[in-house]
Write a protein that binds this ligand. Structure first.
Ligand code: UD1
Length: 424
């Protein structure tokens, strides 16, 4: 599997409307967790609709170190073989490359009764603590030790417990869920995250033989089963709602009419309602969603919230759309206070955005002006590409490695609907 990216640039030139059909691959934020869950059953698992992104390769390297080998027999298919003799250790060199490495904690603790992993670092948009993961697993009987940058957890066998989250953390929900599968007795998780990617993980675990009730609601009930009782299965990764939103944002700023194939409108209903308020048209079509926009869109106010609210991962795209909309929009971030770094880059393109704490005030301008800009993280990078579609002249984006972590051929897909974009 390919893990090293050569530094490159993406060059975007404004050309006009987008037309045609674009396919949305499987979700990064799901597939990495599905991969980690293969730790829980020996044998050969098969995931399909797997995006060709750098993070999948990095998670593959981490799982190989633990004892799960993976191959890609053809694009979109990932075969993972759990050899059974696992090493429950996640070393720093691998953990620091990918935040989702924290998702091996629950599966390894449940399966092996012990785990040592390097403490995950932050992203460019701020610190990402794991206190909720730790506190919940402690109520299930785990003992934690932190030293030399590592976190170690032990519990011969976890026991069921009533876990109630103060905030519906995606990662903490996933770790408690996977750990509870092999716990003795019943675990309830109140205020659980309900993201489609959490549901996808539940669906996989249930197919493997786990006993989980309340899937898709904010109360999950997990009845523990014996270690060794799960079986490997085949599973199709849920479509990526953030990638789908990226193609919608591209249509929003460039105009046009595009079918986003495999987009799941039921996973994006709040976002679609707000984009309709801005003046976009949506029409479900067999196997996807038709997205159309013409002329300048209207500004709206938006706040990010846990699912089913507007996801924080959409926000750089939304701010980019508002940058060229008619009017003033206020965007409030409720998940990651520092997540506005890409705004500096938008300013270089001529956007009028002011940030203050959790808020951004975006005064729409008629058009942006192409310039060199940097991708600071995955979603901000995609937003720069979208901004380039609305910028006169040439926009040159560096930091492309960030985009490759989460986007499967963003350049080729946008080109297929008529964008003037290339990698150099
Ligand atoms: C996941 C997604 C990320 C998305 C986020 C919120 C993956 C790989 N990443 O991240 O793209 O932006 O959900 O939808 O799926 N928190 C704590 N203590 C904890 C856990 C979380 O304070 O123990 C805080 C975080 O710092 C953050 C907020 O809770 O401010 C949301 O975090 P969480 O839902 O856990 O996000 P992730 O699972 O890390």
């Amino acid at each position: 599997m390919r893990t090293n990216q050569v530094p490159e640039h993406i060059v975007v030139r404004q050309r006009g409307e987008l037309h045609g059909t674009v396919d949305v691959p499987g979700a990064k934020n799901s597939v990495l967790k599905l991969m980690a869950a293969t730790i829980m059953a020996d044998g050969t698992h098969e995931l399909t609709n797997v995006p060709a992104i750098a993070d999948v390769a990095i998670m593959g390297d981490l799982l190989a170190a633990i004892g799960v080998d993976s191959t890609v027999p053809e694009p979109g298919r990932l075969v993972l073989t759990n050899r059974g003799d696992l090493v429950p250790v996640a070393p720093y060199e691998l953990v620091e490359r990918i935040r989702a490495s924290i998702n091996v904690l629950g599966p390894l603790l449940g399966r092996c009764g012990r785990v040592r992993l390097a403490m995950p670092g932050g992203d460019d948009f701020g610190a990402r603590p794991i206190d909720m993961h730790v506190a919940a697993l402690e109520t299930m009987g785990a003992e934690f030790k932190f030293s030399h940058g590592d976190v170690e957890a032990r519990a011969d066998r976890l026991h069921g417990a009533a876990v109630s989250f103060a905030f519906p953390s995606v990662g903490a929900t996933e770790n408690v869920l996977t750990a509870a599968v092999f716990a003795e007795g019943v675990t309830t998780i109140d205020n659980a995250a309900r993201e489609p990617e959490v549901v996808d993980l539940c669906d996989l675990l249930v197919a493997m033989g786990a006993d989980i009730a309340g899937v898709g609601t904010s109360t999950l009930t997990v009845r523990g089963v014996e270690r060794g009782s799960l079986r490997p299965v085949g599973h199709r990764t849920v479509a990526d709602r953030i990638q789908a939103a990226t193609y919608m944002a591209a249509v929003a700023v460039a105009g046009g009419d595009v079918v986003v194939r495999d987009a799941r409108p039921e996973h994006m209903s709040n976002l679609l309602a707000r984009l309709a308020d801005m003046g976009m048209d949506f029409e479900p079509v067999p196997g996807g969603l038709r997205v159309a926009a013409s002329g300048r869109l209207r500004s709206i106010d938006v706040q990010t919230l846990p699912y089913p609210g507007i996801a924080t991962d959409y926000k750089p795209l939304v701010i980019t759309m508002l940058s060229v909309a008619d009017g003033v929009g206020i965007v409030t971030e409720n998940l990651y206070p520092g997540r506005f770094r890409y705004v500096e880059e938008l300013l270089r393109l001529g956007a009028d955005v002011r940030t203050n704490g959790h808020h951004a005030v975006v005064r729409g301008v008629p058009r942006l002006s192409g310039a060199p800009v940097r991708a600071h993280d995955i979603r901000a990078g995609a937003a720069m590409v979208v901004a380039g579609l609305a910028a006169e002249g040439e926009t040159v984006i560096s930091g492309v490695g960030h985009i490759d972590r989460g986007y499967d051929d963003l350049v080729g897909r946008l080109r297929s609907v008529g964008a003037d974009i290339e990698r150099v």
